[in-house]
Ligand binder design. Structure first.
Ligand code: F6R
Length: 611
C-alpha cells in the first residue's frame, strides 16, 4: 500500500521517479506527488493517478538530481491534493513520503500544536515529519539523529524517505514493517517499495531490514540500526526481467496474468516435480521434512485470495497427509491470542510477502515457538525472510490488483508440498502418488486449452453484466474456488457476490434465488458430482439462472444450466487449478464490459501493508 520511489545521482530525478511511480501504482492510486531539490525544495502533488500529477506539472520546473515520489492509498485523510505526499515540514526545509501508519500520531500532534506547529493535511505523515523537525531543532542535532530519536518514540509501521533542502546530496530512508529496496547503479541510487521501478537501471539491490536507517548518497549507502551501529549492506542480484512488468500487448495486466498461467504454473513445477524419477524436490521441505511430517497440526495463515488457496490446501493436506489443518484469516488469528503448541507448523501464504496482517500474525506465532513455512511469490519479501523455510511460487511479478496467477502458483506449491509430506509419512499409496504427479504435470497444458478460446466466457459476461448480485456455489475442493470466484467478481466488477458451499443453500441463502439471480456452480466431475447435480436442480426448480463450470464431455450439468464454461477433466485434487480459470475470466470480462479499470479497482491496492 502506497508506492515509494527515490532517486539520487547523475540523471534527472523527475523522469525516473514518475516512471517508477507508474510501476508502483498498483500499490495505491488515489493521489500522487513528488519533491525535488534544485535550489530549494520543489513540491508537486495531485489527487488522482500519476498521469494526473504529470499533467498538472507540465511546464513547471522539474529539474534536479535528487527527489522522492509517492503514490497513495489513503489511510489518514481523504484522497486530495493536500493529503497527498510528499509533505513539507513547518520550516519548509524537509520533505517526506511515508508508507504505513503511525498509530500514536494524535498525541504527538497535540504536543506539536501546543508548540505552535500547524498542519496542512490530515495525515499521520505530516505529524511525524514535524516531530522530526522539532527534535532536530530542539536537540540541535543532525537530521539522521533526529530521525533516530523520533522513530524510537513512534508506534506503528513505516517506510519513509526524507530529504533536506540544506543537504541536497542525501536521501535518508528508514523502514519498519513496510518494504524498501535500494538499487545500486554507477554513481546513482534508486529507492523503491519493490524492485519494479529499479529493474531497468540495475539488477543489484539491497533490501533494507526493519529498524534500519539508510543514508543514501549518489556514490554510497550507509546502513545503520536504530542504535546507530553500522550494518553491512547485503547485495542481492534481481532475478526479474523488464518484460515481466510490462503489459506486453494485452489490454490489462489482469488479462496478461491470466494468460501467463500455463507458463507460471509450469515454472512453479519445473525442477521440482520430477515425474520420471517419481521425486518432488523442494529444498525448503527436504531440509525440514521431519518437522513437517511430525506436525501435530498445520495452521494456515493468509488473507483474501491467498486465504482461499489455504482452504483448498486444507482439503488436500487432510486428504493426503492426514494432518489436521486449520485455516485462519491472519487478522483474526493475530488478535485473538491463539493457542500455539509445540509441533504446530504455520504455513503462511502470500503473493506480495508484505501483507501486514499476515506478517504480524507470523511474528507473534514465531515468538511463541511455531515453525513458519512461507509460500510466497515476491522473492526477498518480508514474509519470505521471516519464515524458517519456504517455497516460492515463481509466478513472477503480479501487477493487476486482483490476484490470479499467484493463486494458481500457490495451489501448485501447496499440492506438491502435500504430496511430498504424504509420501514421506506413508499416508499415500504409490499409485495415487504417481497419478497425482502426472495430473499436476498435465495442468499447464490443460490451462492452455481453456485459454485457447474464451469468446463464450466473454459472451456470458456480457449477458449477466448488469446483475446486481450473484451467488457462487461449490462443494469439496471446489467450494473455496466458489469463494474465490465471488471475491474476483466483487472486486473487479463491483457486483455483490457471495460464495457458499452448495449444500448450505437450503439452510438460508436459497431464499435469495429469483429469476434474476445468476448462480454460478463450480460443478466439475468429482466425488461430489451427484450431490451438486441435485443442488443445481434445487436452484432450477426455483427458476434461478445457472452458470456452470463443468467438465468437458459432461452433458448433465450443461443440460440444466443456462450457460456453461467447460474445463478439461482432472483429478478432483488438482481440479481447482482449472476450475478457477473461467471464473477469473468471467470477472475480467464483466469488469471490462462495465467499463471499469480492472487493474486498479476502486478503494483497493495491492500489497496491503496496513493492519
Ligand atoms: C484479491 C487479492 C487480495 C490478496 C490479499 C492478500 O484478488 O489480491 O485478496 O489476496 O490482499 O495478499 P497477499 O497474497 O499479497 O498476502
Amino acid at each position: 500500500m502506497c508506492g515509494i520511489v527515490g532517486y539520487i545521482g547523475h540523471r534527472e530525478a523527475y523522469p525516473v521517479i514518475v516512471k517508477g511511480l507508474k510501476r508502483l501504482e498498483y500499490r495505491g492510486y488515489d493521489s500522487a506527488g513528488i519533491a525535488l531539490i534544485n535550489h530549494g525544495m520543489k513540491l508537486y502533488k495531485k489527487k488522482g493517478k500519476v498521469a494526473d500529477l504529470e499533467e498538472s506539472i507540465v511546464g513547471k520546473d522539474v529539474q534536479g538530481h535528487i527527489g522522492i515520489g509517492h503514490t497513495r492509498w489513503a489511510t489518514h485523510g481523504e484522497p486530495s491534493d493536500r493529503n497527498a505526499h510528499p509533505h513539507l515540514s513547518n520550516d519548509g526545509s524537509l520533505s517526506m513520503i511515508h508508507n504505513g501508519i503511525i498509530e500514536n500520531y494524535a498525541l504527538i500532534k497535540q504536543d506539536l500544536i501546543k508548540k505552535g506547529y500547524t498542519f496542512s493535511s490530515d495525515t499521520d505523515t505530516e505529524v511525524l515529519l514535524n516531530f522530526i523537525q522539532d527534535i532536530k531543532q530542539n536537540n540541535n542535532s543532525t537530521l539522521e539523529e533526529a530521525l533516530r530519536v523520533a522513530l524510537k518514540r513512534i508506534v506503528g509501521a513505516y517506510c519513509i524517505l526524507l530529504i533536506d533542502q540544506n543537504d541536497p546530496d542525501t536521501i535518508i530512508a528508514a523502514r519498519k514493517g513496510s518494504p524498501l529496496v535500494i538499487g545500486i547503479g554507477k554513481g546513482e541510487h534508486f529507492l523503491a517499495s519493490d524492485a519494479t521501478p529499479i529493474i531497468e537501471y540495475t539488477k543489484e539491490v539491497v533490501y533494507v531490514n526493519d529498524y534500519e536507517i539508510a543514508i543514501v548518497k549518489a556514490d554510497e549507502i550507509i546502513l545503520k540500526n536504530l542504535g546507530n551501529e553500522k550494518q553491512t549492506p547485503f547485495i542481492t542480484k534481481l532475478d526479474m526481467e523488464l518484460a515481466t512488468i510490462e503489459k506486453g500487448g494485452y489490454d490489462h495486466f489482469m488479462l496478461k496474468e491470466i494468460y501467463e498461467q500455463p507458463d507460471t504454473i509450469f515454472d512453479c513445477l519445473r525442477g521440482r516435480l520430477l515425474t520420471h524419477s517419481g521425486e518432488i524436490r523442494m529444498a525448503g521441505i527436504d531440509n525440514n521434512l521431519e518437522t513437517l511430517c511430525n506436525a501435530q497440526r498445520i495452521v494456515i495463515v493468509a488473507c483474501g485470495t491467498s486465504w482461499h488457496a489455504g482452504l483448498i490446501a486444507e482439503y488436500i493436506f487432510e486428504e493426503l497427509c492426514r494432518i489436521p489443518v486449520e485455516v485462519e484469516y491472519a487478522s483474526e488469528f493475530r488478535y485473538r491470542n491463539p493457542v500455539i503448541n509445540e509441533g504446530d507448523v504455520i504455513i503462511a501464504i502470500s503473493q506480495s510477502g508484505e501483507t501486514a496482517d499476515t506478517l504480524v500474525a507470523l511474528e507473534s506465532a514465531k515468538e511463541k515457538g511455531a515453525f513458519i513455512f512461507g509460500v510466497v511469490n515476491a522473492v526477498g519479501s518480508s514474509i519470505a525472510r521471516i519464515s524458517h523455510a519456504g517455497a516460492y511460487t515463481h509466478a513472477g511479478p503480479e501487477i493487476g490488483v486482483a490476484s490470479t496467477k499467484a493463486f494458481t502458483g500457490q495451489l501448485a506449491v501447496l499440492t506438491m508440498m502435500a504430496l511430498k509430506i504424504a509420501q514421506a509419512k506413508g499416508t499415500i499409496t504409490h499409485e495415487r502418488y504417481s497419478l497425482l504427479m502426472k495430473e499436476l504435470e498435465a495442468i499447464p497444458e490443460k490451462v492452455k486449452e481453456i485459454l485457447a478460446d474464451t469468446s463464450h466466457i466473454k459472451a456470458i459476461a456480457e449477458k449477466y453484466k448488469d446483475a446486481p448480485d450473484a451467488l457462487f456455489l461449490g462443494r469439496g475442493f471446489n467450494f473455496p474456488v466458489a469463494l474465490e470466484g465471488a471475491l474476483k467478481l466483487k472486486e473487479i466488477s463491483y457486483i455483490h457476490a457471495e460464495g457458499y458451499p452448495a449444500a448450505e443453500m437450503k439452510h438460508g441463502p436459497i431464499a435469495l434465488v429469483t429469476e434474476e439471480l445468476p448462480v454460478v456452480f463450480v460443478a466439475t466431475k468429482d466425488s461430489y458430482y451427484e450431490k451438486i447435480v441435485s443442488n443445481v436442480q434445487e436452484i432450477k426448480a426455483r427458476k434461478g439462472m445457472v452458470i456452470a463450470v463443468a467438465t468437458n464431455g459432461d452433458t448433465v450439468i450443461p443440460g440444466m444450466a443456462n450457460d456453461t464454461m467447460f474445463v478439461p477433466d482432472a483429478d478432483e485434487l488438482v481440479a481447482p487449478l482449472l476450475s478457477t480459470i473461467p471464473l477469473q475470466l468471467l470477472s475480467y470480462y464483466v469488469g471490462v464490459a462495465k467499463g471499469y479499470n480492472v487493474d486498479m479497482p476502486r478503494n483497493l491496492a495491492k500489497s496491503v501493508t496496513v493492519e
